[in-house]
Write a protein that binds this ligand. Structure first.
Ligand SMILES: NC(=O)c1ccc[n+]([C@@H]2O[C@H](COP(=O)([O-])OP(=O)(O)OC[C@H]3O[C@@H](n4cnc5c(N)ncnc54)[C@H](O)[C@@H]3O)[C@@H](O)[C@H]2O)c1
Length: 439
């Protein structure tokens, strides 16, 4: 198929969009393209996900099963575990994980495995877009050479672009459809086609001059968050020593109508992005003989937060002549942020492990995560304990790690012996303030 033919298929919404990786990014993207009238093929190596999608069921809290069922019924969406089904797709969007390995270097195995799989289906006239967050240069240096093993040439026979995903699970004011999408092509043809494809489903597309600019823009967004969160975490520790409430300080500073954007402290960084992506750039910077000091320092401060919180729990218990060793601690909220069911890189996990290390007996409650599942680095093997007044009273300390909206904070404070609050969730509690410690 020629560039013109592909452009016409995109224009007429006849193009079939294949999505590799049906996770937190891939599934909302499939929904977005289906809603815009495209046909979508969702490919994943996890057979349980494919089975659920085929049955019209969702496994992501903020995507209702009714949406998946409707996508399947309309015949616009088809889930598959067979690579060959991607051959018929006009565009293939790659949304596979990009974690760090044990030595905190980029783990490119998912991207590489995907590209190797694609060599068996790639055909002339296809558009391939990498969406996974990664270091600048990945599309050109990693994806292109593997795909070109087919003998097809990028920008001549097939088209290649990078377009970072900006998914923010749980966010209500912006969706995949309404969040502007940055697109960088390997060359002008790839950029034109990728821009046209996304413009068919997303309100605003922002073409940039290269894949590298698009890759860097995503990393910049995440470095910006990581560094600012570290700064406020550092100030939290200082203000606490000075007897100043950092939350009140942030609220006051936020009244400035220009030149200030609030960031909030917490028990540490969580999620698939902010604790990880900046280090992709750190790794790449070494190739250019340079360091990324802001990123390193931010990482150091943010990763020290769980231990800081544990020390605050220890201090708070100490006030009532108790030690961490042997105390019963209930961690409230396991997800990495409020109102979502994702526990990847969640600081709550680290808090639980550290508290246990100090000899505390730890349980957790999270209405959105009834039981923990095995992760790459952790396997807590825990179940959420149902909340009750008597149960809250039975713990020496209740540690608020994730401030889910469903929690009744005044009720929690009323019934707990001691509350350590890492999220300012108890700010509105009028009674029992002497039981609350900010951390
Ligand atoms: N979750 C977010 O909020 C978010 C936001 C922006 C960007 N991102 C980036 O998007 C990418 C995907 O993240 P995610 O949160 O969707 O991850 P995820 O773990 O939720 O989903 C990834 C999916 O890819 C599948 N997969 C793994 N290897 C595969 C392979 N070889 N072939 C096919 N499928 C494969 C997994 O089974 C899984 O279903 C990452 O690079 C991430 O950094 C994530």
């Amino acid at each position: 198929m020629s560039e013109k033919e592909l452009a016409a298929r995109i224009e007429g919404r006849k193009a079939v969009v294949g999505i590799v990786g049906m996770g937190y990014v891939g599934l909302p993207l499939a929904r977005t393209f289906c809603a815009a009238g495209f046909r979508c093929v969702g490919y994943d190596i996890d057979p349980s996900k494919i089975a659920r999608l085929k049955a019209g069921k969702s496994y992501i809290k903020h995507i209702p099963s009714s949406t998946i069922a409707q996508m399947v019924r309309s015949k616009r969406f088809r889930a598959t575990g067979k690579p060959a089904d991607l051959r018929a797709c006009d565009a293939i969007l790659i949304c596979v994980p990009t974690p760090l390995n044990k030595t905190r270097d980029p783990d490119m195995t998912y991207i590489v495995a995907t590209c190797e799989m694609l060599t068996s289906v790639l055909r002339p006239g296809q558009l391939v877009v990498l969406e996974s967050t990664t270091y600048p240069g990945t599309t050109r240096e990693v994806v292109k050479p593997i795909l070109e093993r087919t003998g097809l040439k990028a920008e001549r026979d097939f088209f290649l672009a990078f377009s970072p995903e900006r998914e923010d699970p749980g966010r209500k004011d912006y969706t995949t459809e309404t969040t502007p999408k940055v697109v960088g092509g390997l060359g002008p043809r790839s950029r034109r086609l990728a821009t046209a494809l996304y413009a068919g489903a997303i309100a605003k597309v922002v073409p940039v001059s290269s894949c590298e600019v698009a890759e860097s823009a995503k990393i910049l967004e995440n470095v910006y968050r990581c560094v600012n969160i570290a700064m406020i975490n550092e100030l939290k520790v200082l203000f606490d020593r000075m007897g100043i409430n950092v939350w009140e300080v942030i609220a006051a500073a936020s009244t400035k109508p220009f030149g200030f954007q609030p960031f909030y402290p917490g028990p540490g960084l969580g999620g698939h992005c902010i604790p990880i992506d900046p280090f992709y750039l750190t790794w790449k910077a070494r190739e250019f003989g340079t360091t990324t000091r802001f990123i390193e320092l931010a990482g150091e401060i943010n990763t020290s937060m769980p231990e800081y919180v544990v020390s605050k729990v220890g201090d708070a218990l100490n006030r009532s002549r108790k030690s961490l060793n042997g105390s019963k601690v209930l961690v409230l909220g396991l997800a990495y942020k409020k109102d979502i069911d994702d526990l990847r890189e969640s600081p709550s996990i680290e808090l639980i492990e550290r508290l246990r290390h100090h000899g505390a007996k730890v349980d957790y409650n999270d209405p959105l995560i009834p039981a923990t599942h095995k992760q790459r680095e952790h396997n807590l093997g825990m179940k959420s304990k149902p909340l009750s007044a008597a149960m809250l009273k039975s713990y020496d300390c209740v540690l608020i790690s994730t401030d889910h909206t469903v929690y009744d904070y005044p009720w929690i404070v009323k019934n707990a012996k001691l509350v350590v609050d890492t999220r300012n969730a108890t700010a509105a509690c009028r009674t029992g303030r002497n039981k609350i410690v900010r951390a």
